[in-house]
Design a protein around this ligand. Structure first.
Ligand code: ATP
Ligand code: MG
Ligand code: FE
Length: 336
């Protein structure tokens, strides 16, 4: 029986339909990037309104594409946090309404858990990672290293002390006059530069544990820009610094979880080729990088996390309130 997932925690409105085995039947994402670009970041009010307008047609679209009626669904899962409260309320309320109207179960899913479980999606990799595995979550809003011990069993090994890594890409790109979001632009610019032409710090390199820090690197980029270095060289040096730091943190993480079966990456920064190459070389672990559309915010991952929990017996009350802050470590295995 098909299972529906809904994502609306940040600036992507998304819906996806899986079959009972977790195979993708239909998926759709509406990215609001254009609406926010001229403000240089996500504007919560604009995001909430866009979710409200876009979500109903997106859900209708994936249902129609798969020829599925709401009453045919095994259940519906929506992101219930962490994220921007307006979008969370829109997505969760829509899912609850659908659940009540069609007489099907509702599940509220943690967005970070959804990123963490994506690599287990059937058919994605020849062999899905077995527990425990390491997750590096590298997005615009999150920068964490997590030990994934099991469904609902997450241990945060490290997090950023200041900026998220995607945020560092975006802020540094902005200093070089690149459009928002700057990550992909910075990667393109870096390809034309010489990383050795500019010396930038590599924060936390060699430090105990698995924490990150990127604000000093961003400040150094600002100084390099004002000193008149070629932007392409700065971009290349910045990217090399980030890649080296992430590789170092991945090695630390592996030493903290020696029994890990794989290193899984998620978040938009996982699209960066220099980052991927550095992580590939950092540890002897198998690096599992889902396709970019499943690394950035999407509803397939929400549907899949929902389906894993649904199969384990979880059902949530429609009274469940979305949580703008919801650390992964607070999650529990499904009680079923
Ligand atoms: P959240 O943190 O809530 O998951 P988000 O929208 O900030 O949401 P994503 O959509 O996963 O995160 O990723 C967007 C981030 O990834 C942006 O900071 C963007 O610049 C960065 N990014 C995307 N492509 C690349 C790339 N090729 N190189 C570096 N950074 C990239
Ligand atoms: Mg996004
Ligand atoms: Fe995300």
């Amino acid at each position: 029986q098909p299972f529906l997932g809904i994502e609306s925690s940040c600036d992507e409105t998304a819906a996806a339909l899986l079959d009972g085995n977790g195979r993708i039947l239909a998926e759709a994402v509406f990215s609001q990037t254009e609406s926010h670009a001229r403000f240089g970041g996500v504007v919560p009010e604009i995001a909430a309104r866009a979710h409200l307008g876009r979500l109903p047609p997106l859900v209708r679209g994936v249902l129609r594409e798969a020829g599925v009626e709401p009453r045919d669904l095994a259940g519906v899962a929506a992101t219930a946090g962490p994220g921007l409260i307006g979008g969370l309320v829109v997505g969760a309320t829509f899912a609850k309404g659908l659940a009540l109207g069609a007489g099907i179960p509702f599940l509220g899913i943690n967005h970070l858990e959804a990123h963490a479980l994506t690599a287990r999606l059937p058919g994605l990799f020849p062999e899905p990672p077995a527990f425990p595995y390491l997750l590096l979550l590298l997005s615009g809003g999150h920068c964490q290293c997590v030990a994934v011990h099991g469904l609902g069993r997450y241990e945060r090994l490290g997090t950023t002390l200041d900026d998220a890594v995607g945020e560092a890409f975006d802020k540094s790109a902005k200093l070089m006059g690149l459009p928002w979001p700057g990550g992909p632009h910075l990667e393109r610019l870096a390809a034309e530069g010489d990383a050795r032409a500019v010396s930038l710090p590599r924060p936390m390199l060699g430090r105990e544990g698995c924490d990150f820090s990127f604000s000093g690197l961003k400040t150094a980029v600002a100084q390099a820009v004002s000193r008149g270095h070629r932007h392409a060289d700065i971009a290349a040096a910045f990217q090399a610094s980030v890649a080296a730091v992430l590789a170092d943190r991945a090695r630390r993480a592996h030493s903290m979880l020696p029994g890990a079966t794989a290193l899984v990456v998620a978040g938009g920064v996982a699209a960066n080729r220099a980052v991927r190459a550095a992580l590939e070389a950092a540890t002897p672990l198998r690096l599992l990088a889902p396709p970019v559309r499943l690394c950035t915010d999407n509803a397939v991952m929400v549907a899949w996390a929902g389906l894993e929990r649904f199969r384990a017996g979880q059902r949530d009350a429609v009274a469940l309130a979305p949580r703008p802050r919801w650390p992964m470590a607070e999650l529990q295995p499904p009680a079923g």
